[in-house]
Design a protein around this ligand. Sequence first.
Ligand SMILES: CC(=O)N[C@H]1[C@@H](OP(=O)(O)OP(=O)(O)OC[C@H]2O[C@@H](n3ccc(=O)[nH]c3=O)[C@H](O)[C@@H]2O)O[C@H](CO)[C@@H](O)[C@@H]1O
Ligand SMILES: C=C(OP(=O)(O)O)C(=O)O
Length: 454
Amino acid sequence: MTLLSDISTPDNPKGPTGETLAIRGGQPLSGEVWVKGAKNLVTKAMVAALLGESPSVLRDVPSISDVAVVRSLLEVHGVRVVDGEEDGTLHLDPSDVESAHMEEIDAHAGASRIPILFCGPLLHRLGQAFIPDLGGCRIGDRPIDFHLDALRKFGAVVEKLPTGIRLSAPNGLHGANIHLPYPSVGATEQVLLTAVRSKGVTELRNAAIEPEIMDLIAVLQKMGAIISYEPNRVILIEGVDKLHGYDHRAIFDRNEAASWACAALATDGEIFVRGAKQQEMLTFLNVMRKVGADFDIQEEGILFRRGESLRPVTVETDVHPGFMTDWQQPLIVALTQAAGESIVHETVYENRFGFTNALVKMGANIVVHPHGLQEGPRRVPRRSLEQAAVINGPTHLRGAEITVPDLRGGYSHVIAALTAEGESVVKNVGIISRGYEKFFDKLSALGADFDVIG
Ligand SMILES: CC(=O)N[C@H]1[C@@H](OP(=O)(O)OP(=O)(O)OC[C@H]2O[C@@H](n3ccc(=O)[nH]c3=O)[C@H](O)[C@@H]2O)O[C@H](CO)[C@@H](O)[C@@H]1O
Ligand SMILES: C=C(OP(=O)(O)O)C(=O)O
């Protein structure tokens, strides 16, 4: 069994409290990295296995701490999770799902975003659930009101407790008509994982349609679910009485692929990202083209390098098929090396530019506008969103002592240190293991000059 005490998670350091790196920058990163299954699909597919009445097999699973957290939460609920012979394969057997002890669930509080997605499957299997407080990147207040509103429409009774939420379904769960105020990825997954076994039809409007969502729909269809993806962000789910296990190879992690592409640009290197595919990265590749990157799309992956020189761009983050919010932090490091003024409008989260303080400390010219530069209605209801960062370059970055704030911000700090001249000390890099498998091995393979010093 994977004990949570062995997992060092960013918001709830149980094991090592994160590492400190001494990084000597100024060298291009060049070589090959291999991206496996997407953090934002694999963790959800693991939860989906709870719904099956027979075992599932999930392939291309990365060894990241978010997977370890979900594995541990599944195991405390009686799911047997075993590593397969092929690297990155998990066998999940939900035959003996049972209620977990409260203290075992509490131990997972603050560990990741995923526990909230256990609601529907546990209500279907056990008629009740207790979900601990969530973790994940601190990039905004990240409420779960869309989730709870949807669960109540399915017939769940939701009780908020000091350390989480308790749910029950005294009359079972039934289909519902749900119109999301915003195409929330998590809320869409909440509806999918609940509707597939609810009695009757569920209509979901204003759904998120990210590639990871579509891959989760593929997983559920393999299990026997009936889900139709209609025009204009409408998804219809016909509830079924029974689901069986799946065998699925996860979609690749396009967030990690985009991160390494930005690393190649920032350090003026050349990185082949094995496993990256054009289709899911079209919007990112368009921005790469505009910024002056030279990329080569091949059968097995994509080769990224800086072109003649980097050009400034204006980018607005958005839901898919727009420019992913998870891509903007690594991109900003590359934009510090572009000749001119770039602007990044962050429209999904209200506090995702905090990482730029460290870049400014290293010499970057970045001004954050907390209330944005655009007029007009806010994209996410009720929230003062649409911050903007204005980046002027190129700037000469110098090594500094910095501390990692979140997953993508942490990756960006390391890349900035590798771009900078001189030595940097980067603290709390353990957060990066949430979403980047074998991060230190990959840095070494690309020629990065660093030591783990704490
Ligand atoms: C584990 C995972 O898959 N994480 C991804 C997921 O996060 P996550 O599913 O949490 O992101 P959402 O799409 O739900 O959040 C988008 C916006 O909606 C707001 N919101 C969301 C739910 C809710 O009940 N109420 C509410 O107001 C959020 O605060 C945020 O401002 O999608 C994000 C947007 O692509 C990505 O950045 C994350 O990497
Ligand atoms: C925000 C992210 O992850 P999470 O939602 O798990 O915090 C991310 O992957 O960039």
